[in-house]
Every structure is written in C-alpha cells, then in structure tokens.
Design a protein. Structure first.
Lengths: 118, 110
C-alpha cells in the first residue's frame, strides 16, 4: 500500500515552546490529510482535516490557534503545536487520502509522533 | 452521536487459538465499516472493510461481516499466530471521516 511518513517519531520539549510535526506521503499525492490525537487506551480523536491549498477544517473543541496545520503541497502537511503545555503531551497521528481513496474511505497512516511536554 | 464500541483489551491468546473482537457502532444510515491494525512500531493499516449490509470483509485469515440488524462488525480469525499480535481498531465512515473505536490489543503467545 501507499506510504505515509511522519517526523519526528518522538519529541520532548519544554513548556512554552512550539513543536512542528511533518507528515509526508511518499508515493502518492495526498489531496486530503487528517490529523488525529490519541490518548492512552483511547480511540483516535480527529483534530482537523486539511485539503491541499486550503485552510484546515478543525473539529469542535480543537483550538486552531494552538494546533496550526498547513497543507502546502500534495505530499506534505505539518502540524505545529504552539506554546506547548504538558496537557498537549500525546500521540499525534496523521493520515492521508489520495484521489483513489475518496469513495473507498481508505486512509494511509503515518507511524505517529509522540510529544512529551515537560 | 456517532460512536464505535469495541471490546477492551488486552486479549491474550495462545498460538492457533480462535480470536473474536467485538465491535458495535452507532451511526446514521449504513456507513462503510473497517478494521485497521497497528503492529508494534508501525502506523495503522487497513486490514479489511465492508461497504454494505451482509458483506463479508476478509484478509490474512481475518473475517468480519457487516450486520445491519445488530449494528455490529465483529472481527474473527480461526487460528492466530504470534505475528498477529497488534492493536486492532474498528472504524466506520462518518461523512467522509473515520470514527474509530478505542482499539483492542491482542497478544499471541507461542
């Protein structure tokens, strides 16, 4: 299947700093990318949906100024956690869907990025 | 609202045992249903899917049948292997976005 790569796979930062996580589709053009957050022993929570060249659509309760999402190209989306605090510590997962996946619903997932804010 | 409920883990089995992971959903209409699997250190990947009632999805020896009457999509495998140790997520398509269950960790011992 298609490959989606996330970087970094884990990051530790101090409270108040900003952290950027990249999500790349390596062998297909991702027209839509999704960002999820996963708490321990809980399901993936969709944070936002981004379409290439457009502003991201955020789910209810997700602070758009806190979690900046950019999808500037068909192969790259970034999530920036601004002024991170310990409660932002979590596992962040991106997924991508190309044109072929629009009607099938199939998503390709990155490996996830674990953020720890001290 | 829309939701997915799947059995809590971890589920620990011996090799060659029968595996069932229950999944039920609450949704409007008849969404497409999916099982995703996450092997240790890897991203989620699609295991199987079913797009309409009574459809059976199958892959790698796993099967799940779309049961409209019981709004269920239980995952089964007749004889598990150590390599099946992973976290399994049930999901459905909710207006173009996937709604996931909490995941069930499966541990298969030799």
């Amino acid at each position: 299947g298609a490959v989606v790569s996330q970087h970094p796979s884990w990051v530790i930062c101090k409270s108040g700093t900003s952290v950027k996580i990249e999500c790349r589709s390596l062998d297909f053009q991702a027209t839509t990318m999704f960002w999820y957050r996963q708490f321990p022993k809980q399901s993936l929570m969709l944070m936002a949906t981004s379409n290439e060249g457009s502003k991201a659509t955020y789910e209810q309760g997700v602070e758009k100024d806190k979690f900046l999402i950019n999808h500037a190209s068909l192969t790259l989306s970034t999530l920036t956690v601004t002024s991170a605090h310990p409660e932002d510590s979590s596992f962040y997962i991106c997924s991508a869907r190309g044109l072929a996946g629009v009607n099938t619903g199939e998503l390709f997932f990155g490996e996830g990025s674990r953020l720890t804010v001290l | 609202g829309d939701s997915v409920t799947q059995m809590e883990g971890p589920v620990t089995l011996s090799e060659e045992a029968f595996l069932t992971i229950n999944c039920t959903y609450t949704a409007t209409g008849y969404p497409s249903l999916f099982w995703y699997v996450q092997y240790p250190g890897e991203g989620l990947q699609l295991l199987l899917k079913a797009t309409k009632a009574d459809d059976k999805g199958s892959n790698k020896g796993f099967e799940a049948t779309y049961r409209k009457e019981t709004t269920s999509f239980h995952l089964e495998k007749g004889s598990v292997q150590v390599s099946d140790s992973a976290v399994y997520f049930c999901a459905f398509d909710s207006w173009g976005k996937l709604q996931f269950g909490a995941g069930t960790q499966v541990v298969v011992t030799p």
